[in-house]
Write a protein that binds this ligand. Structure first.
Ligand code: SF4
Length: 424
């Protein structure tokens, strides 16, 4: 979501005459997009801000903008931020470019909103990315109203708001015209798309329509919440050309007691049933998941339940995070962070080792097989980089394909997290 927001900000800035530079110290305007989903991400922002403050001191006429989840959506917090970061000129809530637009208009870099009423919106992709970006993220649901007990997102990105489908389809057509071939529809709970907008189509139909946009070869969507996946969605993925057989389906824990404490809204058995149903309906489907280790109160035995669940559902990727309490959340306020850091680390390492061993075994039979790859970029050594429809990263040797081409290639090396192929 942050990548999508940053790209939109870049498109707006380029439409106002700015161009990207390599080094922060050469920039007339610096926009720092922030994530606070974990403490580690927040710590990173503060060290960057120290550097940005120095750059601002060196050139006070340089504009500094702070965007994203650190800023949040509560206007009452702005005074606190202004006092804390006096070198920041502009504060932008997540997915909200209005303050940047107003700033550019006030300086005559963009036509004013009234004058621009008949103008087209800024391009969906910065000029500097046009013809180069093969994959683009399109936010379709902003915010989240679920309130899992550990999650700060509803407090920073606000409640759930689906965007109108007409706007999403127009944006997709604009991206296709600029050379994009793969669209990734984004939402914190993307499978709830449209449910908050009476009369709007829902995710399966939106996916079908996006996949039908001329020029678009592939469509993915993330992140799904297990509770909102419908049979219609599974059927859409199974039968619509261009819809990639891939689900991002965070489970977070393999113990019912921990899932209840997280208020995820499903039980382990529901998750197992859902994954089995998806695998039965869609051959070669890729399923990835997220797991939090060391949630308050998680015992070693409950963590072993997570290990067992992962062996059972056999995901194609697991993103493992160590629990860290986030301000304002229910768990930070009410549940002691009682799993020691060393034990959280032990659980993370154990889960990742199990994953690595399983993926090594699971990818081995791909050797010699021919797979379809959408080329996304060309590496410095000439290798093409892309992905299979089920989202495995592949490096292709001996290919002259351009980014955006869909090619067939034969797997010559299979590792746990990437594949190497030879052009056919
Ligand atoms: S569904 Fe996802 S974004 Fe929403 S509160 Fe839960 S973890 Fe956070």
């Amino acid at each position: 979501m942050n990548e999508a927001d940053a790209l939109r900000a870049a498109a707006l800035l380029e439409s106002a005459g700015f161009r990207p530079v390599e080094r922060a110290r050469d920039a007339a305007l610096l926009l720092l997009n922030t994530c606070v989903v974990r403490q580690q991400a927040e710590d990173k922002i503060h060290s960057r801000l120290t550097y940005v403050a120095e750059l601002k001191r060196a050139h006070p006429d340089r504009t500094v903008a702070l965007m994203g989840c650190l800023v949040g959506k509560n206007p009452r917090e702005l005074d606190r931020f202004r006092a804390r970061f006096p070198f920041v000129d502009l504060f932008l809530p997540p997915s909200d470019l209005a303050p940047l637009r107003a700033f550019l208009e006030a300086r005559g870099r963009l036509p004013s909103a009234a004058a621009a009423a008949d103008d087209l919106p800024p391009p969906p992709l910065p000029d500097s990315q046009t013809g180069r970006a093969v994959v683009a993220h399109v936010p379709v649901v902003l915010g989240c109203s679920h309130a899992c007990t550990y999650c700060v997102i509803p407090y920073r990105r606000g409640g759930e708001r689906s965007r109108p489908s007409a706007e999403i389809l127009a944006e997709t057509a604009g991206l296709a015209a600029r050379g994009v071939r793969e669209i990734i529809l984004l939402g914190q709970i993307v499978d709830r798309y449209g449910l908050d907008r009476p009369g709007e189509i829902h995710l399966p139909e939106l996916l079908r329509r996006v996949a039908a946009v001329p020029g678009i070869l592939r469509v993915r969507f993330l992140t799904s919440h297990p509770r909102w996946i419908t049979d219609d969605l599974i059927a859409a993925v199974a039968t619509t050309p261009g819809l990639c057989p891939y689900f991002e389906l965070p489970v977070q824990a393999g113990s019912d007691a921990i899932l209840a404490a997280m208020r995820r809204g499903y039980a382990v058995a529901d998750y197992k049933t859902l994954v089995a149903k998806i695998r039965a309906a869609i051959p070669h489907v890729g399923v990835s998941t997220d797991v939090i280790v060391g949630f308050p109160g998680e015992t070693a035995a409950q963590f072993e339940e997570t290990m067992a669940l992962m062996r059972r559902v056999d995901p194609d990727m697991i993103r493992v995070a160590k629990y860290s309490p986030r301000p304002l959340t229910y768990s930070a306020r009410h549940l002691p962070d009682d799993v020691p850091e060393a034990e959280k680390e032990r659980r993370r390492v154990a889960l990742e080792a199990q994953l690595r061993a399983r993926l090594t075994e699971k990818n081995a039979p791909l050797l010699g097989q021919t797979v379809e790859i959408l080329v996304e970029s060309i590496e410095k050594n000439g290798r093409r980089h892309g992905r299979t429809p089920d989202n495995k990263p592949v490096f292709v040797d001996g290919s002259t394909a351009a980014p955006g081409d869909a090619i067939a290639a034969r797997i010559v090396w299979a590792g746990p997290f990437s594949l190497i192929a030879a052009a056919t």
